[in-house]
Design a protein around this ligand. Sequence first.
Ligand code: FES
Length: 216
Amino acid sequence: MSVTDPQPPTSDPGADAAKEALHDRIAADSLTTRRDYLRIVATVSGGLAVGGVAVASGILHRHGDAEGAPEVRKVADRIEPGESLAFRYPGDEDRAIAVRMEDGTLAGYSAVCTHLACAVLWRRERGSEGELYCPCHEGVFDARTGEVTAGPPPRGLPKVLLVEQVDGSVWAVGTARSGESAVEGFCRQNGEDRPGCPGFGGGAPAGKPPERSERT
Ligand code: FES
């Protein structure tokens, strides 16, 4: 797998504040080092980048201290481009799937079809970047967004938010509902006062982190 690149610089004041907060927190984080923090990239389902490093700092250092926040769980030592991985998250009975697209984007979803709950599979060879497929009634979901592209499923797949550490390990850190952005899901579960969330800094909007494809 290619070396993880740093987040590109941003002129968003909220994002800058989030990065500062991250710098302080991650320096003490047992999972990484101060030097490494610049190389951490957080990628989330559907190609949405949630203020990258801000998410990583808020979760990896403080996980478990917010009521209702999901468990942070390692799901793989690494996932190579074109590979998928089945795992369980957030509960032991909740089927989930992580996929690494050829451009490096990492995405995670519930593997339970929104039609009649069959298991969703990864079809790498389909289209330009693969697809998520439900064999029961030919349901198809966009691998980058989780949205329905064919068949009877009534809504897109709920997302599993994934963070990739500098050593390539992949961690599940939360979920987002169908139709909910990764930022919305993160803030709902971990608290609106986290960097990158609307309530950060006494309620003044910190600026919604850019939602765009993220190469890792
Ligand atoms: Fe997935 Fe019907 S259960 S398409």
